[in-house]
Write a protein that binds this ligand. Structure first.
Ligand SMILES: Nc1ncnc2c1ncn2[C@@H]1O[C@H](COP(=O)(O)OP(=O)(O)OP(=O)(O)O)[C@@H](O)[C@H]1O
Ligand SMILES: [Mg+2]
Length: 255
């Protein structure tokens, strides 16, 4: 078996709110092998983003450990953790965050400047990264004038540019039509296969499940997992089908 890049051990997550304690994740345990594509899926509100935030170092668990590349993420102080994140992880959000006055190329180059690259080499790397996602011709545009799918590709170029080993994407296709969504997923696959990065993707789209090496199903804050060639337990798939159907209807109703 491939070596694990991520190990999650006994993670609980509770939030203290005015209305009382919200118990979101319960005793979560899993490994993510280096170089794999893992999909985290499950119904809305089940705890996927919370889990992603625990993995990305943004949300300390109430209990348990998160080990990335041999480092215990939450035994680091906040400064070290944020440095470690910046070195290890490229993150693609559902919503895009841009510095609106800067063009696409500069937005992609920012993490490289922050990482200490000089302007010339940062711009060169950013250009290569934009080329990989088919957005080189848009380098001089402002990101906000691009379509949703184009912005997601730029966002992916930014996550990729600094050569980080771990790419985390929370619903990168959530706001896109199915064609643009498929393009983003194909890009993530090529990032994993050609660039040998480890990719963790949150998605509602069960059509993408067969593309992954590992599937983590979050349901009411509990986790079930399957690896490629192994089937999810039938009862999970069945409950999933009706959840996905009602979700699709909800989204259709909203749009
Ligand atoms: N900071 C917080 N304080 C209190 N409750 C929270 C907080 N963050 C998340 N929750 C609760 O935790 C639960 C899981 O939320 P989360 O965002 O992880 O779900 P999700 O699976 O990502 O849902 P979606 O598919 O809609 O994005 C929800 O009930 C949410 O209200
Ligand atoms: Mg979410």
């Amino acid at each position: 078996m491939a070596e694990s890049l991520i190990t999650c051990r006994g993670v609980d997550k509770k939030f203290a709110t005015k209305g009382g304690v919200v118990d979101v994740l319960h005793d979560i345990n899993f490994h993510i092998p280096r170089g794999s594509l893992t999909i985290i899926f499950g119904p809305s509100g089940s705890g996927k983003t919370t889990l992603m935030n625990v993995i990305s170092g943004l949300e300390p668990p109430s209990k348990g450990n998160l080990i990335i590349d041999g480092h215990d993420l939450y035994s680091m102080d906040a400064d070290r953790r944020s440095h470690f994140r910046a070195q290890t992880m490229g993150i693609v959000h559902q919503q895009n965050y841009w510095i609106k006055s800067l063009n696409v190329l500069e937005n992609v180059a920012i993490p490289l400047y922050l990482g200490g690259k000089d302007r010339k080499s940062a711009r060169l790397i950013a250009t290569e990264s934009l080329d990989r996602v088919g957005m080189k011709d848009f380098a001089e545009r402002l990101p906000t004038v691009l379509s949703g799918g184009q912005q997601q590709r730029v966002s992916m170029a930014r996550a990729l540019a600094a050569g980080k080993e771990l790419i985390l994407a929370d619903e990168p296709t959530g706001n896109l039509d199915s064609k643009s969504g498929d393009m983003i997923i194909n890009l993530l696959l090529s990032i994993q296969k050609d660039l040998k990065r480890t990719v963790v993707l949150v998605t509602h789209n069960i059509e993408y499940l067969p593309l992954s090496d590992k599937q983590l199903y979050v349901h009411d804050g509990y986790l079930a997992e399957a690896t490629k060639g192994e089937k999810m337990p039938e009862e999970i798939l069945n409950s999933l089908k009706s959840q996905i159907e009602s979700l699709t209807q909800m989204q259709g109703g909203r749009g």
